[in-house]
Design a protein around this ligand. Structure first.
Ligand SMILES: [Zn+2]
Length: 304
């Protein structure tokens, strides 16, 4: 049974915070997390060898709102005959590099991508199907399945129009301790929501933000401009470590989001309300920050 939220609210000038009772029986509500950088990276790595070198024969759009741009008729016209030259990722966006365009896919809450052999019969929640042909004439399909319909697809010759506002990639050279410390001090925001802000830093979501803050011993409600150089260094190292560990374990699996990984078996705090902190044994607490579940250790992660 899910623990009831208490009435008590912490005073905060930035976002409302609701204290929630600790419970080891609490389960995250549907939609509280979504594929983050490690999950999308895992999907991209898995699909790359199955897609590169194939040509898109045609597209079947089964839910019009899945397509963010262009309009459906234009999309079908432009995508037909495009060769898939590369499969990459930027933040939480899956990217197909085509002959003349980029096809960007954001999985949002429940999106999933699979390559299936042959001409397929669509399943109920398949929103977009790209029929592919290999150099050997073999047929296959890239299927975007999305139960909750929040996922979006863009076909564009200018991917920066969609991706341009994103912050730096945390596993890139641009993400340094110096950058992080300065960027934190240019803001006056609570740490947790700031780490979730994709225009600040791209790719972190609820899971990896909570895990990073715990590893860095930083309280999720600390203000960003209070972080010292040493703390910024610890946070930088923690973010890189949890993301690399997430990728190494093929991401975290949740049955409504993503089923491939096993990082969920190694969470330090996320989804562990009431369970002992792996460092000090104190019960992990769960609070709501900016409408998102936030998990932390009240002993290890204090506000100075
Ligand atoms: Zn602790």
């Amino acid at each position: 049974m899910r623990a009831a939220a208490s009435e008590k609210c912490l005073t905060n000038s930035v976002l409302p915070v609701i204290l929630v009772e600790s419970s080891d029986r609490w389960k995250p509500p549907t939609g509280s997390c979504m594929p983050e950088l490690p999950e999308v990276e895992t999907i991209a790595r898995k699909l790359k060898p199955q897609l590169v070198g194939k040509t898109i024969q045609d597209a079947r759009l089964r839910w019009p709102r899945t397509l963010a741009s262009p309009a459906a008729r234009k999309f079908n016209e432009l995508v037909r005959g495009q060769a898939i030259q590369g499969v990459t990722r930027r933040a939480k966006y899956f990217i197909l590099q085509l002959s003349d365009f980029s096809l960007l896919i954001h999985l949002r809450m429940s999106g999933d991508l699979q390559v299936k052999a042959g001409k397929i019969k669509p399943e109920k929640h398949d929103r977009l199907i790209l029929n592919l042909i290999g150099k050997d004439g073999s047929l296959s399909s890239l299927v975007f399945n999305d139960t909750r319909k929040f996922g979006r697809v863009w076909l564009t010759a200018h991917p920066e129009d969609v991706l341009g506002k994103l912050g730096p990639e945390p596993l890139s050279r641009r993400f340094t301790v110096e950058w992080l410390h300065q960027a934190l001090h240019h803001k006056h925001r609570l740490l947790k929501p700031l780490l979730l802000d994709q225009t600040f830093l791209a790719g972190l979501g609820n899971i990896y933000a909570d895990e990073s803050l715990h590893m860095a011993k930083l309280h999720p409600l600390a203000t960003s401009d209070s972080v010292t150089v040493e703390q910024a260094q610890a946070l930088h190292e923690a973010i890189c470590m949890v993301l690399k560990e997430g990728i190494r374990r093929n991401g975290a699996s949740f049955d409504w989001v993503y089923r491939g990984g096993e990082y969920q078996n190694h969470f330090r705090v996320y989804d562990r309300a009431g369970k002992p902190c792996p460092v000090c044994g104190t019960g992990i607490e769960r609070i709501i920050v900016g409408q998102r579940s936030t998990h932390y250790c009240p002993t290890c992660q204090t506000i100075s």
